[in-house]
Design a binder for this molecule. Structure first.
Ligand SMILES: Cc1cc2nc3c(=O)[nH]c(=O)nc-3n(C[C@H](O)[C@H](O)[C@H](O)COP(=O)(O)OP(=O)(O)OC[C@H]3O[C@@H](n4cnc5c(N)ncnc54)[C@H](O)[C@@H]3O)c2cc1C
Length: 361
């Protein structure tokens, strides 16, 4: 990202102790903790909304990003309990279906261990964290584009929604954004070692290449017929489908099997029609609406490298997560030492950064 000299020179310079970049779960949680400790902090977010990969459909409240947490995710369970955010077990009563080109067979209700979903979607956790962050601390539509090492510390250059450039002098910078995005979109002066950039580029951003569909229905009638809503399909377009209903919503959600390039070639309408056809063939339900969220089309999450998704869950937390004597810290889920890629990892990464910030003081 190039900032022309004249633009850069005219930029307003402000100061803050800590600048957190990225208002996903990791950045928001860390900012909230630092605010509660009374520290001077700012949070900038490039999107016009907060939550990052966490996104619940504003109308139906079904999650378009992450849906589940599992019993080993103790940091998340602890936070939900502490903030009184209700969660419930993923519906898995009855039997599942296995769909192939040859037909449909019954299989056990679900393929995995017990999992939980958050009532009204994960956005409720994001909104609750925001309650404890003073409004002047957060700026949306503000993208970090460059980081300079200065004699006094660090100078972060951000581009705002109106394209104006601002410089912020900081003592501590936390990049709560995926390493691959940092490598792709942020300039460092002096330039970072090629090996660091190469390593960060090689860290897949978890689920960035995927697309999810939520299908709202008139009733959860599959339940009445003894179906759990779980489908494993070799036919598609949805390759895995689950019940997404709760007390006020009737819905299913599924992962789209086509990769990012195939999805772009198909176009949204063709994909939507194919999903409708598949769901009606499986459950004979009346469909009220479909929402498709394609994460590979969001430049604040995915780069071109993410258009091809890893075949397995990568081992995360192996890349450099601090620079310039710990004055720059990485803190997205991909930097977590355990549970990297998951929501749990986002909290662990934020807590790792918090420990370092407090020991740097
Ligand atoms: C479809 C899907 C399904 C998933 N399912 C699950 C699941 O069931 N369970 C589970 O545990 N996890 C799941 N995940 C993973 C989970 O969403 C992530 O682990 C978690 O949300 C990551 O949070 P984060 O704060 O680390 O990163 P992010 O949420 O990616 O936050 C990074 C933030 O940085 C911002 N940003 C980026 N660049 C800049 C910049 N230059 N300047 C300013 N801001 C910037 C972004 O806009 C974003 O808000 C899923 C993810 C997806 C996409």
């Amino acid at each position: 990202m190039d900032v022309s000299n004249s633009e850069s020179e005219n930029a307003l310079v402000r100061q803050t102790d800590t600048l957190v970049v990225g208002a996903g779960l990791a950045g928001l949680f860390l900012t909230r903790e630092l605010c509660l400790q009374g520290q001077q902090i700012e949070l900038v977010e490039s999107r016009n909304r907060i939550g990052g990969r966490i996104l619940s459909d504003p109308v139906g409240k079904v999650d378009l990003g992450p849906a589940w947490l599992w019993p080993p995710h103790q940091h998340v369970l602890g936070l939900l309990n502490q903030l009184n955010i209700p969660y419930f077990e993923q519906y898995a009563s009855g039997h599942g279906l296995f769909e192939t080109q040859q037909g449909i067979q019954r299989i056990p209700a679900s393929h995995s261990d017990v999992s939980y979903r958050v009532k009204q979607g994960w956005q409720s956790l994001i909104n609750r964290l925001l309650d404890d962050i003073p409004s002047q601390t957060l700026r949306n539509a503000t993208q970090l584009i460059a980081v300079d090492k200065t004699q006094e510390g660090i100078c972060a250059t951000v581009k705002q929604g109106d394209n104006s450039i601002e410089k912020i002098a900081v003592k501590q910078l936390v990049l709560a954004m995926p390493p691959r995005l940092i490598a792709d979109t942020v300039d460092f002066i002096p330039a970072l070692d090629d090996s660091v950039i190469k390593t960060w580029s090689g860290v897949p951003t978890w689920m960035a290449g995927h697309a999810k569909a939520v299908i709202y229905t008139e009733h959860s009638s599959w339940r009445d017929k003894g179906h759990s809503g779980f489908v494993y399909s070799q036919k598609g377009p949805l390759v895995e489908i689950h019940d997404a209903s709760d007390s006020s919503t009737h819905a299913l959600f599924g992962f789209i099997g086509f990769d990012a390039n195939q999805r772009s070639a198909m176009g949204k309408q063709v994909l939507e029609d194919a999903i409708k056809h598949q769901i009606q063939g499986l459950f004979e339900v009346e469909i009220k609406g479909i929402v498709i969220q394609d994460w590979s089309c969001e430049p604040e999450t995915a780069t071109n490298l993410d258009r091809i998704s890893p075949s397995h869950h990568p081992r995360y937390g192996l890349h450099p997560t601090s620079l310039w004597n710990d004055r720059i810290l990485l803190a997205s889920t991909e930097s977590a030492q355990q549970h990297g890629g998951y929501i749990e990892g986002a909290l662990i990464a934020a807590k790792q950064a918090l420990t370092t910030i407090n020991s740097n003081k």
